[in-house]
Ligand binder design. Structure first.
Ligand SMILES: C[S@@+](CC[C@H](N)C(=O)[O-])C[C@H]1O[C@@H](n2cnc3c(N)ncnc32)[C@H](O)[C@@H]1O
Length: 455
């Protein structure tokens, strides 16, 4: 909704822990909108939310100061007391979520309606429950008959969306909400039901991430900065900053309105010594869900480089970086064809460590790397020697094979000659002249053998 209407002023009546309110703030932050946000609550609770103590305001205030202090203000007073602080026709988005009796919510709605701009949006929480004295549903029935542009989400406790007057149809969302076919509207409801249950699923597993402010004494978040290359280098004016919880995998989104492909993207993972794991880096253009460019941690080809006071200790993976603090930098080469405004999402985990631990790790990994390099060199040398031996053996074998072939030829030739001689001999032995001269040969043999020995 924030993307669709690009508000300049958002007001919430009834904030409690700020689950809805900080969602608005986060959207404003992510889209770098020039928008002020006000949360109005006396932070005492009521009959439906229950009464609560100071700790709620303290934590909400802490969280607000920590993340959104540039544009978000907490007005700790009653709705009636806050009313004169807003000019008529000034609010773009009003979220009403105070006490849910018919009387209270009708009063809030009627009193604050003049403060909303023509074409502004009012969100009414809890339009579904009809038990006890919950009465938002009654007011919602009246609103539906009084206003032309309304839409209702039914899941959970229900949310009513009403436009004051005619809203500009300049976004796909408002188009569907107020002019869509019944099937388009139903699909939209389903879409939100799916996302809501997905969120509930995640929050069920990670209760602290439920938007409820973290206790004040937890480790402070790490500031992750992303700099697009600005033609002449990197400048603080064009960088974007997101908080990251230490030790937790998170996906951060940076929406750049300026071209990002003019040179490599620079990521500064905080300024304290830490071990940094870098997951996928994705770039999206427009509203497409598919990235236009991706640099996945699983890709063997991916090459990130480290600059400033950081180092990629392992040459075979660029997903792990050691930051020595001060000014660590990760450099991601982005193809020049992406030189247009885009959204960059980066998954990463930063585990802070003491300087000593990092120094120890560094010396350990560099020893390991030296050891590995030495082994690689030895292995290379041995492989070369083996290859030389194999080559010389192959030469020997080739020479011996040549000799063997020559011997075979000679043998063949001799055998052929022998066969010819045998043929001749056979011919002679079976000739007539041989047979006729046989007695003569016998006589000659007798003569050659000499006189017989007498007994
Ligand atoms: C249902 S809770 C708000 C829930 C919140 N919007 C959220 O997203 O979790 C209602 C809050 O309205 C506050 N409240 C009720 N009536 C009020 C009034 N007249 N003036 C100021 N605060 C009021 C209560 O203190 C309570 O914190």
């Amino acid at each position: 909704m924030i993307t669709a209407i690009q508000p300049s002023l958002i007001v919430e009546l009834g904030t409690h822990w700020g689950e809805a309110y900080f969602t608005f703030c986060q959207a404003v932050e992510e889209q770098s909108l020039s928008c002020l946000c006000y949360a109005v609550d006396h932070w005492q609770g009521d009959e439906h939310a229950g009464l609560y103590g100071e700790e709620v305001f303290d934590e909400v205030n802490d969280y607000n100061t920590r993340y959104y202090r540039q544009f978000s203000y907490l007005l700790r007073r009653s709705f009636d007391d806050a009313l004169p602080q807003f000019a008529d026709d000034s609010i773009d988005l009003l979220h009403i979520d105070g006490l849910h009796t018919y009387e209270a919510v009708s009063r809030d709605f009627r009193a604050w309606l003049p403060k909303v701009k023509e074409g502004g949006i009012i969100l009414l929480h809890d339009i579904s429950p009809r038990h006890d004295d919950f009465g938002v549903w009654r007011l919602w029935d009246e609103i539906k008959s009084e206003f032309g542009d309304t839409f209702e989400f039914h899941h959970s406790w229900g949310l009513g969306v009403v436009a004051k007057g005619r809203i500009g149809r300049n976004s796909a969302l408002t188009e569907i909400l107020f002019d869509g076919s019944s099937s388009a509207r139903e699909n939209l409801r389903r879409h939100y039901v799916i996302y809501a249950s997905h969120l509930e699923n995640i929050l069920g597993r990670f209760p602290l991430a439920a938007g409820r402010p973290a206790p004040a004494n937890t480790v402070p978040d790490i500031r992750v900065q992303v700099f697009p290359y600005a033609g002449h280098g990197y400048s603080e004016e064009s960088c974007q900053i997101r908080p990251l919880r230490p030790g937790v995998w998170e996906t951060l989104t940076f929406d750049f309105r300026i071209p990002i492909g003019l040179g490599p993207l620079r990521i500064d993972p905080g300024s304290e010594p830490a071990l940094v794991e870098i997951g996928d880096v994705l770039i999206h253009h427009g509203n497409s869900e598919d990235p236009t460019w991706e640099c996945r941690a699983s890709s063997k080809e991916r090459k990130l480089s480290a600059a400033g006071t950081s180092r990629l200790p392992f040459s075979d993976t660029s997903s792990f970086l050691v930051s020595f603090g001060d000014d660590p930098q990760i450099i991601v080469a982005v193809p020049p064809e992406l030189s247009s405004p885009a959204k960059v999402t980066i998954s990463l985990r930063i585990v802070p460590a003491s300087k000593q631990a990092i120094a120890l790790f560094e010396s350990f990994t560099s020893q390991l790397t030296h050891g590995i390099n030495r082994l690689e060199q030895q292995l290379k040398l041995q492989t070369e020697q083996h290859e030389q031996q194999v080559a010389s053996l192959q030469q020997d074998v080739a020479a011996k094979t040549g000799q063997l072939t020559a011997v075979r030829y000679a043998l063949d030739e001799t055998q052929q000659k022998l066969r010819v001689a045998e043929d001749i001999l056979y011919g002679v032995q079976h000739s007539l002249s041989w047979r006729v001269t046989a007695p003569l040969r016998k006589l000659m043999a007798l003569i050659r053998s000499g006189p017989r020995q007498s007994r």
